[in-house]
Design a protein around this ligand. Structure first.
Ligand code: SAH
Length: 345
């Protein structure tokens, strides 16, 4: 019988599993705290649990682990990029970033990605599988253990499309924010999506405190469809409708991400169209210079982002320029995993 991944169980599931084993229900909370507060990697460290019960736990459950395959530290800023090996030998990337207000972690939600965005390195090595809730949690737990810092912000912007792994991502968020566990506030979580419209409606119903980020990157359907194939299924109009619904259902402001790319989306008419599209929407635009991916031709001229920001501001749209962190360690998502993949071929 395959052992159950105990770190992916919520408290209720753990209670039922223990009751089924003939154990007392209250043990579940003790074990849950060992796993999510003290974050022990081993049942033998659970010292207030009897040795007999620890043995029974080992027979039925396993505590999943992540292993540091590679750790790159930036010389420019304090960004650290981890390439983690999962228990089945697959790799994911996690990036630790330092800001004035604390440490923020960018985690992956899938091994690879199906979405095929043209400018993104994650699309190149293809899709393998979804991450489990425990594999998302462990990116936080392991990074805190390895770096010795406390993570206060979380962004779901690593490899993968979070809304394409909807159930596991939501379970991960509920485990992360559980008051008997890590008790992490969802106010400090940003979830980024390429625009899976039906899932945006589903998420709106949950009224979570997180910040929804939409990878928009273009205000024109034909160019967006070219760089982001998802636009052929859910076009800009459908996406903006979903965003308006999300804002009115949750009362939360949305962030639109826009990677400024030469000859694709950086002209004056692109800024005009974008301003028109977002007029009256409670949102904010995050402009990003494109990260160079060696297989791809996309570039951002040195002054293009600041110029685009100025154009948007002039048209009354709130825009900020994202600071580039870890540019010397290939901190753009998907680049390390793609290289590890190539080396093993
Ligand atoms: N699948 C999700 C989250 C992962 S990507 C999404 O699409 O939002 C996180 C962000 O990085 C997205 O906005 C994505 O469009 C952007 N991104 C991907 N590759 C990039 C690159 N080479 N340069 C700049 N931004 C990139």
């Amino acid at each position: 019988m395959e052992k159950i991944d105990i770190l992916s169980l919520d408290l209720k599931e753990l209670e039922s599993a223990l009751v089924e084993m003939g154990e007392k229900k209250f043990r579940a909370k003790q074990i849950f705290q060992w796993l999510h507060v003290k974050k022990v990697p081993d049942f033998d460290k659970m010292t207030d649990i009897s040795i007999q019960l620890r043995e029974r736990l080992k027979e039925n459950f396993c505590i999943n682990g992540l292993f540091v395959q590679k750790r790159l530290e930036s010389c420019i800023d304090n960004t650290v990029k981890y390439l983690y090996r999962l228990s089945d030998g697959n790799f994911v990337e996690t990036v630790l970033m330092e800001y004035s207000y604390g440490y923020s972690l960018c985690i992956s939600t899938q091994v690879g990605c199906k979405m095929g965005c043209r400018f993104c390195a994650s699309a190149i090595a293809g899709f393998v599988r979804n991450l489990t809730p425990s594999e998302m949690l462990l990116q936080i737990y392991e990074t805190e253990r390895n770096s010795g810092v406390k993570i206060s912000g979380l962004v779901l912007m690593g490899i993968g499309e979070p809304l394409d792994n909807y159930d596991n991502v939501l379970k991960f968020l509920s485990l992360l924010s559980h008051k008997d566990g890590n008790n992490f506030s969802l106010r400090h979580v940003s979830l980024s999506t390429c625009g899976l419209v039906p899932k945006i409606y589903e998420l709106a119903e949950l009224k979570l405190g997180l910040t929804l980020c939409i990878s928009l990157h273009s205000s024109d359907n034909s160019s967006r469809s070219e760089i982001m194939p998802v636009n052929r299924t859910y076009n800009i109009e459908a996406l903006i409708e979903a965003c308006k619904h999300y804002i009115s259902a949750t009362g939360r402001r949305i962030t639109f991400e826009y990677a400024v790319m030469d000859n694709v989306n950086s002209a004056e008419k692109d800024a005009d169209r974008l301003a028109e599209l977002l007029r009256g929407i409670n949102c904010h635009v995050n402009l990003i210079p494109v990260n160079k991916v060696k297989e791809r031709k996309y570039t951002t001229a040195r002054t293009a982002v600041a110029e685009f920001a100025k154009r948007l501001e002039k048209r009354g749209i709130n825009a900020t320029v994202r600071r580039t962190l870890g540019s010397d360690i290939e901190a753009a998502c998907g680049q390390l995993r793609r290289d590890a993949h190539e080396q093993s071929e």
